[in-house]
Design a protein around this ligand. Structure first.
Ligand SMILES: Cc1cc2nc3c(=O)[nH]c(=O)nc-3n(C[C@H](O)[C@H](O)[C@H](O)COP(=O)(O)O)c2cc1C
Length: 206
């Protein structure tokens, strides 16, 4: 197993050096404001407020809030590049897609931006339950590891729980959702269906 010590840094460097999908396609890249990592609700109060809130207004989520949601889910919180959630052997093999009215975007924590995958509004693939109709933001958690294995599902669970706690602290509603049109959504995003683990809808309550 000792060789992994050398293999992982090489794999990570190769991945970081690879031009991202949006850059290759000349698709828009939206910079996000830095997340405000100070203050907020005390952790015990956030835990006490955590719940699935199944009503959503049309109110959109501003980019400051989006930046913080994404940072909670999958941001980098240390100088060594490690994240707000743990991953098995620090593989960091997860991705977060953001689906909004202005298209589907992939979060890039290193650059603190979102990179457009398509300008199409793909939210309808996730609006399979009535209460989600007005919601402005859907997160999609995917892996380029081993989706059938346990660790990727656990990692996705850490990600959606971080977002749920952020929502609890900020008065946002959220629901973790397995009920969506997975294969159609995967095709629209141009990704393998098996890489999709779970989704989460986020927005302001009515
Ligand atoms: C893995 C997972 C999948 C879920 N899928 C759905 C779903 O497809 N639709 C839905 O309305 N709620 C879904 N939920 C939310 C649960 O219904 C909810 O967490 C549960 O009723 C407990 O309520 P609470 O989150 O307020 O404690 C899911 C939750 C988890 C953890």
């Amino acid at each position: 197993m000792k060789f992994l010590k050398f293999v992982y840094p090489i794999l990570a460097a190769t991945w970081l050096a690879t031009p991202c999908w949006a850059q290759m396609q000349n698709l828009p890249i939206n910079s996000l404001p830095p997340p405000n990592i100070f203050g907020g609700l005390a952790i015990m109060e956030a835990l006490n407020n955590r719940h699935s809130g199944k009503d959503f207004s049309y109110n959109t989520i501003d980019y400051q809030t989006l930046s913080e949601i994404l940072w909670a889910a999958w941001g980098i919180n240390r100088d060594d590049g490690k994240r707000t959630v743990p991953t098995a052997m620090n593989q960091q093999n997860m991705q977060v897609y953001v689906l909004m009215a202005n298209g589907a975007w992939l979060y890039n924590a290193q650059n603190n931006n979102i990179e457009q995958v398509t300008a199409q509004d793909l939210r309808s693939y996730l609006q399979t339950q009535e209460y989600t109709q007005n919601a402005p933001v859907f997160l999609l958690y995917t892996t380029n590891g081993n989706p059938a294995g346990m660790t990727d599902a656990m990692q996705a669970g850490s990600m959606y729980q971080n977002v749920a706690l952020y929502c609890a602290a900020k008065g946002l509603n959220n629901v973790v959702r397995a009920d969506f049109q997975k294969s159609d959504l995967a095709a629209a995003l141009g990704i393998d269906e098996d890489t999709i683990l779970i989704s989460q809808v986020v927005g302001y309550p009515i």
